[in-house]
Design a binder for this molecule. Structure first.
Ligand SMILES: O=C(O)c1cccc(C(=O)CC[C@H]2O[C@@H](n3cnc4c(=O)[nH]cnc43)[C@H](O)[C@@H]2O)c1
Length: 235
């Protein structure tokens, strides 16, 4: 069911209730894959496509959160979802973030990259609730680790190696997680990130992206995750 629509923003499968989950994807194909997965599960989960990149993700997520608050049925949990590049995991693998980090939010200096937090500004990392990460990983068999948010898709082996060295425990990169988490934090709502791998992070080879496999896996993963998300958002 389409609850609300505006340019580039559609909410699906929603019901009004005390506890509601907002899932934010980048593109409509990801939204539809996730919506197929959660449609057989418990009610109270909305899926919205917010656009590609951290800025679009933050704006779209904040808009959906504000609308829900004004309508008197606020969200109690937000999830960034979609496909992702994997650092070691093969295509189709589910990955869940215990750490959501903006990998390129900072300054380049002669001594290397400096995150904005070291410059005295803002945040570069969000930590989803530990119990939620554990429960999602158990339900979906996802690999747990750091999910990076980048504004530029990694396209060389040297950049991939640099990110892996800078972020021990990294499992994947995508382009929205940090924006979604920033919007959630500004509304006092916990955030998580759950994705499936479509490609290896490294030398650019768009023809090797297994988008169909990753989207099919996304549907399966969110079918398993839906009861966890609903249960967790009501505790
Ligand atoms: O072309 C299609 O049919 C299609 C269907 C679904 C999704 C797409 C995308 O291109 C989604 C872009 C989205 O994917 C994330 N992503 C995936 N791999 C990476 C990566 O290696 N590095 C960074 N981001 C990646 C990202 O969140 C994009 O927003 C196309």
């Amino acid at each position: 069911m389409v609850v609300q629509a505006q340019e580039g923003l559609r909410l699906l499968t929603g019901t009004a209730g005390a506890h509601r989950v907002l899932i934010a994807t980048a593109v409509p194909a990801e939204r539809d894959a996730v919506a197929r997965g959660v449609s057989a599960g418990p009610p109270g989960i909305d899926v919205v496509a917010v656009g590609v990149g951290p800025a679009a993700a933050a704006a779209g997520t904040a808009t959906a959160l504000t609308r829900a608050e004004l309508a008197g049925h606020p969200y109690t949990l937000v999830v960034s979802a979609g496909i992702a590049g994997g650092f070691a995991a093969p295509p189709g693998t589910p990955i869940v973030a215990d750490t959501i980090t903006a990998a390129d939010l900072g300054a380049e200096t002669p001594d290397g990259f400096v995150p904005v937090t070291d410059l005295g500004f803002g945040a570069v990392t969000h930590h989803p609730p530990e119990a939620l990460v554990r429960d999602l990983a158990a339900a979906t068999s996802a690999t747990v680790g750091t999910l990076l948010t980048v504004s530029t898709v990694t396209g060389t082996a040297s950049r991939a190696a640099l990110l892996a060295q800078r972020h021990p425990g990294v499992v994947g990169e995508a382009m929205e997680g940090f924006g979604v988490a920033e919007a959630a934090a500004s509304h006092g709502v916990p955030a998580a990130e759950l994705r499936t791998v479509s490609n290896a992070v490294g030398p650019r080879d768009r023809a090797a992206w297994r988008i169909g496999d990753a989207l099919a896996a996304l549907t399966e993963v969110f079918g398993k995750a839906a009861p966890v998300l609903t249960r967790w958002s009501s505790t």
